[in-house]
Design a protein around this ligand. Structure first.
Ligand code: M6R
Length: 366
């Protein structure tokens, strides 16, 4: 049932070209620059005038939410707040009927996310769900929603559900932009055409598996690891760190790269691997300076770079290339090598990757 793979996690990582494709199916018309999201179409008018979007989620789904914040603010020009459901629910949150709340949950059963929805609903907000498990508790209590259609995710570490959540959030950002007129049809056409090519690009990232395994062998005995990125690379860094810690038990932290000098830089020495999201986008030059700061302190740098990059390659210990893409799609591509890196490190350390200690697939108690 693992389809020839050693673990569900690896199978699910490799399913991503297909799961991302399934998630987009029937929802985009690239030629005409149009998005159709049947689940929320009755709310098109609401979205046209929405003043604020609040995203609630836990764990990896919360990271997808952060990627969504970047997309919705950038394209639909609506302010977004991303909240840990567990914090939101106990804070007497300021929410009203003009707000749209998006709850993200793979399982659709997470207790804190469920409670956050009930509170926001009581305060009159419109609640959308982004869930993977059809008919689960969360999709039943939301007003409307969009399923991720990633298929069953068995590995406790979320992989294909994350990229599907980000895909839905990308579609939602474009959909809200479409209602509000913040994206021209020609820009939307080009973004959708590029989104259509993402599954193939994910496939080319997967082809780096052997290289990633070799890098994993070099850093598998580390006690700590830092993940740094800027802009849409920041949620990728957080997700990379969570994946590594939950399945390999190596202590890992994700930070916005610029925050390094406000504390974490003190940790850097020759034993510390630092993974950078260093692709060619708006923050490229700034990330390069951050890499120099780490190399000056003898840190071991692993960089995720845009294919054909030569500048970063000269400075770092290990490079993993991903295809060139608009910054909007960075999380969909840059997360893949980090999933594989964590996977191989965990296997080499003899960990139970599909069922890490102390963790459950759905967290139905708070
Ligand atoms: O089912 P959910 O998306 O609501 O679950 C949220 C988190 O429990 C989940 O993402 C968790 O962080 C994963 N183990 C991460 O890989």
């Amino acid at each position: 049932e693992k389809g020839g793979f050693d673990h569900y996690m690896l199978k699910e990582i490799y399913e991503q070209p297909r799961s991302i494709r399934d998630c987009m199916r029937g929802r985009i018309n690239a030629a005409e620059g149009k998005i159709a999201l049947g689940g929320i179409k009755e709310y098109a008018n609401k979205l046209k005038n929405v003043e604020r979007v609040v995203i609630v989620a836990c764990g990896t789904s919360w990271h997808a939410g952060l990627a969504g914040e970047y997309l919705i603010e950038e394209y639909a020009r609506v302010p977004v707040e991303v909240e840990y459901a567990s914090e939101f629910r106990y804070r007497n949150p300021i929410i009203n009927e003009r707000d749209v709340v998006i709850a993200i949950s793979q399982s659709g059963e997470t207790a804190d996310t469920m409670a956050a929805i009930e509170i926001a609903k009581d305060k009159g907000a419109t609640i959308f769900g982004i869930c993977n498990v059809v008919g689960a508790s969360i999709p039943r209590v939301t007003h409307a929603g969009v399923y991720t259609h990633a298929g069953p995710e068995i590995g406790v570490a979320s992989t294909k559900a994350f990229t599907a959540q980000v895909t839905v959030l990308t579609l939602m950002a474009f959909y809200i932009a479409q209602q509000r007129g913040t994206l021209t049809t020609s820009k939307l056409t080009s973004l959708l055409t590029e989104l259509n090519s993402i599954p193939e690009k994910v496939q080319t990232v997967l082809a780096n598996n052997e290289l990633i395994k070799d890098i994993a062998a070099k850093v598998k005995d580390s006690r700590n690891c830092l993940f740094l990125g800027r802009g849409s690379g920041f949620p990728v860094a957080l997700e990379g760190a969570l994946k590594l810690k939950e399945i390999s038990y190596i202590h890992a932290e994700g930070y916005p790269a610029a925050e390094m000098k406000h504390g974490p830089i003190a940790l850097i020495d020759k034993e510390m691997p630092v993974v950078f999201i260093a692709t060619k986008n708006s923050s490229y030059e700034k990330v390069i300076s951050n890499i120099q700061e780490v190399k000056a302190r003898k840190g071991i740098v692993i960089a995720i770079v845009t294919k054909g990059d030569t500048e970063v390659e000269k400075m770092v210990d290990y490079c993993i290339e991903i295809p060139d893409a608009d910054e909007a799609f960075l999380p969909l591509l840059a997360t893949i090598p980090l999933q594989l890196l964590s996977y191989h490190i965990a296997v080499m350390r003899g960990c139970n990757v599909d069922q890490p200690r102390n963790l459950a697939k759905s967290v139905t108690v708070e």
